[in-house]
Design a protein around this ligand. Structure first.
Ligand code: GDP
Ligand code: MG
Length: 160
């Protein structure tokens, strides 16, 4: 029996997932979206954009002191990126599992980085690493009105 109140009460969280410029130029947009969609997660926001240097700097501000930071910001702001918000049970932690390790050569085959990447500075995709960073990143990349609220028809077949 479909019980929306049960579905709604399972821990639904949101993660900021971004296909980086290399992922777009590599033609991986559809494959990446397909993986999250097929898993059972719900897409609640998506846009293609060339981020400003300011936005890219803020996104990676935790790494401001690292030697790779300037190159990382230049790379990200070269664009385009596909910025997304995916929603579902444990999507932050499980999304990171689907993405794989930071270094693609240390990523398990079957993960996005494991299947498609080689160098750490060209690792295709970003995913939030905690509830706090997800909230910060979603607010940084999207306005409140840009997140769609809806019940996914397949929700009752994904959640018990
Ligand atoms: P992530 O959360 O797995 O994306 O990894 P981090 O938060 O540690 O780093 C953010 C991003 O910076 C990574 O996805 C890489 O693109 C880049 N990065 C991290 N470490 C290095 C490094 O040692 N060299 C270079 N060139 N880029 C790095
Ligand atoms: Mg990170």
């Amino acid at each position: 029996v479909y019980a929306p109140e049960v579905y709604a009460s399972s821990v639904q969280e949101k993660s900021f997932i971004m296909i980086k410029p290399d992922g777009i130029h590599r033609g991986l947009i559809a494959d990446i979206i397909k993986r999250f969609e097929a898993k059972g997660y719900k897409l609640v926001a998506i846009k293609v954009m060339v981020p400003s240097k300011d936005l890219a700097s803020k996104h990676y501000e935790e790494h401001a002191q690292r030697p790779f930071y300037p190159g990382l910001v230049t790379f990200l702001s070269s664009g385009p990126v596909v910025a997304m918000v995916w929603e579902g049970k444990d999507v932050i932690k499980y999304g990171r599992k689907m993405i794989g390790a930071t270094n693609p050569l240390a990523s398990t085959p079957g993960t996005i980085r494991g299947d498609y990447g080689i160098d750490v500075g060209r690792n295709i995709i970003h995913g939030s690493d905690s509830v706090e960073s997800a909230q910060r990143e979603i607010a940084l990349w999207f306005g409140a009105g840009e997140l769609a609220e809806y019940d996914l028809a397949m929700g009752k077949w994904v959640y018990e």
